[in-house]
Design a protein around this ligand. Structure first.
Ligand code: ATR
Length: 276
């Protein structure tokens, strides 16, 4: 049987657990397939995408910093990719078209937003920190649930303004004002790379004035960022990005293989053990 090949493109990739996740499910479902890291420079993206067209690769995930950069090489964006102009899953359809999909939105819905209290969901005020590759998916996932009071801040304001072009209802906050703005919201989401293992971190203090604050970190490696620890100590409800990661992977897997893999305790434990 021909071994199907999948992978993830991005740079850097060392923090990604996608190979662990997909190879676990391939084994579980006895599929002859393998998933690997494909670390590429921006000028190599086109060549990699062509490999899907030629059937040398059966599918790829896309991570930072290429979620927008892949779009010109695709034939069609579908579903949430169309709404967010952000692609994390690529496959070839029956007509031979390269399809860009987005499973981050589903990951956010299942892994984070569905944990929020349904009552007054629309009343939430959210501050999103960071305007990188995942941010359009965060804004869209929140807005799909009717959450429209969204404040966005990014060190480089231009990138926040570009996201506002897709979602005009968001309000932009200057990076130097994030601590102040954090006191006016009840949900803070870290969508920056600050706090990633071996990377730089927030220098801000973030005083908490609200008793029911929710802090969500899209980072899952480390399991508890400095910010999660700090907010937890102050009594906030905190989440890391592991659930989102597993759910986005589940949807990518099911798009490629037409099998919905189980989100078992076993796979979660394996991923956590890899983080440590
Ligand atoms: P990309 O920006 O290439 O899509 P990303 O990992 O998705 O990559 O995004 C990194 C995010 O972390 C960006 O919002 C980035 O801010 P800039 O747009 O200003 O670069 C943010 N980030 C990274 N290092 C940062 C730092 N030291 N201080 C503040 N924000 C930082």
């Amino acid at each position: 049987m021909i071994k199907k090949k999948f992978g993830i493109i991005g740079k850097p990739l060392s923090h990604s657990l996608s190979p662990e996740l997909h190879n676990f499910w391939f084994k579980k479902h006895k599929l002859s397939a393998h998933y690997s890291f494909i670390e590429v420079e921006i000028n190599e993206i086109e060549g990699i995408v062509q490999k899907i067209r030629n059937n040398e690769l059966q599918g790829i995930n896309v991570t930072v910093p290429y979620k927008q950069a892949v779009i010109p090489f695709l034939d069609l964006l579908v579903d949430d990719a169309k709404e967010t102009l952000s692609v994390n899953t690529i496959s070839l359809d029956k007509e031979g078209r390269l399809i860009g999909n987005n499973t981050d939105v589903y990951g956010l819905e299942q892994g984070f937003i569905n944990n929020l209290n349904d009552q007054n969901l629309e009343q939430n005020k959210v501050l999103i920190l960071g305007a990188g590759g995942v941010t359009p998916s965060v804004v869209y996932a929140l807005s799909k649930k009717g959450i429209k009071q969204i404040y966005l801040s990014n060190r480089t304001i231009k990138k926040a303004e570009n996201i506002k072009k897709i979602f005009p209802f968001i309000k932009i906050v200057k990076w130097e004002n994030i601590e102040l703005e954090a006191q006016n919201v009840n949900i803070i989401i870290n969508a920056t790379s600050l706090g990633l293992k071996n990377g730089s971190d927030f220098t801000q203090e973030f005083k908490i004035t609200r008793p029911n604050l929710i802090y969500y970190d899209i980072i899952y490696n480390p399991e508890e960022t400095k910010m999660i620890k700090r907010f937890k100590e102050k009594g906030a409800q905190t989440f890391n990005g592991l659930e989102m990661f597993i759910y986005q992977g589940q949807k990518s897997f099911s798009l490629w293989n037409k099998i919905n893999p189980e989100l078992s305790k076993e796979i979660k434990q394996i991923l956590i053990s890899k983080i440590k």
